[in-house]
Design a protein around this ligand. Structure first.
Ligand SMILES: [Zn+2]
Ligand SMILES: [Zn+2]
Length: 160
């Protein structure tokens, strides 16, 4: 990546082939690869601005400098906001995960079957053996009666 365009009005530069300066609205100037190599070697805002001024042959305007400064500040704030939003999302995801795990553990504890009629926990699972016995005793009709029912209440006798 190298600098592709510079703004001779405010000192903005970009690694992308943009046309219009996002900080001052000026038309951006494309720079040659040779110039980009020279420019990208420079460090420090002052020496970069000096290079741009030498290249354009005129000083960067005070208004332009101010706009560029504001633009950089805006971008910085946007980055901070983005990071904050990302952290908030991460936190929410972790909380949701924890909540789901807690709920799962609670469900396991609370998942003791109860009779829906009388609320008694004195219930018996209808096993295949009891169904088989019922089939032998009452025939197919009795077995079908219990076919989709899993429990029998030991208190009130209802099946569910
Ligand atoms: Zn500009
Ligand atoms: Zn019951």
């Amino acid at each position: 990546m190298r600098t592709k365009v510079v703004c001779f009005n405010c000192g903005y530069r970009s690694l992308f082939n943009e046309n219009k300066c996002p900080s001052c609205g000026n038309v951006l100037d494309k720079i040659s690869i040779l110039d980009a190599i020279k420019l990208d070697k420079l460090s420090g805002e002052q020496s970069i601005l000096k290079w741009i001024e030498n290249k354009s042959g005129h000083p960067i305007s005070e208004d332009g400098l101010l706009l560029h400064k504001k633009y950089i500040e805006k971008r910085k704030q946007e980055r901070v906001k983005k990071e904050e939003a990302y952290q908030a999302k991460l936190k929410a995801e972790q909380e949701a995960k924890l909540k789901a795990m807690t709920q799962k553990a609670l469900d396991k504890v609370n998942n003791i079957p109860k009779c829906p009629i009388c609320g008694s926990t004195n219930i018996n699972k209808i096993t295949l053996t009891t169904r088989a016995v019922k089939t032998a005793t009452f025939g197919v009709v009795g077995a079908i009666d219990d076919a989709d029912k899993t429990y029998k209440c030991g208190n009130c006798g209802s099946r569910f």
